[in-house]
Design a protein around this ligand. Structure first.
Ligand SMILES: NC(=O)c1ccc[n+]([C@@H]2O[C@H](COP(=O)([O-])OP(=O)(O)OC[C@H]3O[C@@H](n4cnc5c(N)ncnc54)[C@H](OP(=O)(O)O)[C@@H]3O)[C@@H](O)[C@H]2O)c1
Length: 339
């Protein structure tokens, strides 16, 4: 009789939004965990995180703490990953990193299992999870590209504040109260007031005028899709607590009708189509928050180009954009015998 192997699982950033979603997702999907190791900064050392019915003390994330960990899910920011992930890999952990620290390094697979699971085969102990807005986008691009050939992508994002962590959600609520009580909204985490506003940039500016968040989409789409499909993005922060939305214009190599696209998308993994004009039943971030699917709606012809289509894509950035994708990577590695 064969026993299913169980793994020691470390969560680096266990007190954060993504870390907590990671624990929830691993439990929901019954990932075979023998032992949990929650890790965070010295600020949280000794505090407790809930893992189902267990309440486990948080340990300080330092190289010695990685000993014996099989899978390390890392989401404590890019600088923490740069400082600590190499030590974890050296100690034999398989690290699935949610930050941007290593995504574009040639030796690191950048994986969305519905798109490029095969890239896991040559892993060297470190696998990168893409940026949240890239993950939901490529789930939709892949089946359309396979069926029709994509020539160019224009994407505008409407990104929730949860994408900037715990403190950004608190900031949205605090600022909303400030505005409603006639006080000025004071930004501390996000660069501008977000309550009753939108912020037309995310991250830092690059010399070409794009932000690094926007260029991540260009580079990561190319790496995951395995070819440099020209992609241009405008990334915008909106006063939504959770759930990233995207308005996407796709140019194909031939005319593609909305109905043809719908038929392909409804057969594709993880995608749910919500596109009922009569009932106004479309993907809304309020509805999709807390669910796994990538939702597609507003599928329509591009009246400005005979080969174009417009789509509206929404997903929970903490699920497919972070925790779910990371857990799927671990599951896939076990399934493919790569552990
Ligand atoms: N939110 C999203 O939708 C999303 C999606 C994909 C990727 N990501 C990436 O995931 C990372 C975390 O995001 P988040 O939303 O979970 O942020 P968050 O809610 O602010 O949580 C940050 C976590 O990192 C820990 N941390 C901070 N500094 C540390 C240090 N020096 N050593 C060890 N742990 C440290 C924090 O622990 P303490 O409690 O001790 O401070 C906390 O557990 C970011 O790199 C982000 O870009 C986020």
């Amino acid at each position: 009789m064969t026993m299913k192997k169980k793994y020691t699982v470390g969560i680096l950033g266990a007190t954060g939004l993504v870390g907590r979603e990671m624990i929830k997702t691993l439990l929901e999907r019954k990932f075979p965990v023998a032992k949990w190791v929650p890790l965070a900064s010295a600020r949280s050392a000794g505090t407790v995180v809930s893992v189902g019915k267990q309440h486990l003390p948080v340990q300080i994330a330092e190289p010695e703490a990685f000993k014996g960990i099989d899978f390390l899910f890392s989401s404590a920011g890019g600088n923490v990953s740069k400082a600590l992930v190499p030590a974890a890999v050296e100690q034999g952990c398989i690290v699935i990193d949610n930050t941007s620290a290593f995504r574009m390094q040639d030796w690191v697979p950048l994986v969305v299992p519905e798109v490029n699971a095969e890239a896991l085969r040559n892993h060297k102990g470190l696998i990168a999870n893409p940026n949240c807005s890239t993950a939901q986008l490529v789930v939709v691009l892949k089946p359309l590209h396979d069926a029709f050939g994509i020539k160019r992508i224009v994407c505008s994002t409407y990104q929730a504040v949860s994408g900037a962590g715990n403190k950004a959600i608190e900031e949205l609520y605090t600022q909303s109260e400030q505005v409603l009580s006639g006080q000025p909204a004071l930004p501390q985490v996000l660069p501008y007031p977000i309550a009753f506003n939108v912020i037309p940039f995310i991250g830092d500016f690059e010399p070409n005028g794009y932000t690094n968040e926007e260029m991540k989409m260009t580079h990561e789409v190319a790496k995951i899709m395995g070819e440099a499909i020209p992609t241009t993005a405008t990334c915008v922060r909106v006063p939504v607590a959770n759930g990233h939305s995207e308005s996407v214009n796709i140019e194909f190599s031939r005319p593609v009708s909305p109905q043809e696209a719908r038929l392909v998308l409804q057969e594709a993994p993880l995608i749910t189509i919500r596109d009922d004009r009569q009932l106004r039943h479309f993907p809304y971030p309020l509805d999709v928050s807390g669910t796994d699917s990538v939702y597609v709606g507003r599928i329509r012809e591009d009246v400005s180009h005979p080969h174009g289509l417009n789509l509206w894509i929404v997903a929970d950035n903490l699920r497919k954009g972070a925790a779910l994708n990371a857990v799927q990577i671990a599951e896939k590695m076990v399934e493919m015998g790569l552990v």
